[in-house]
Design a protein. Sequence first.
Length: 53
Amino acid sequence: PIKKGIPAAVVLSPNNEVLYATRAGELADARRMSESGIYDFLRKVTQTAKAKR
């Protein structure tokens, strides 16, 4: 995503385990997203990652 100018993000656990990493341009619209929109996205992927553990 970085090569195309798309923001990348990684969500880590308290133990530095990767819970989620963007790979497919999930934040391509971040410039147009509100703060709450970005927060909701990160909350959703974090909850999904925790459920898979």
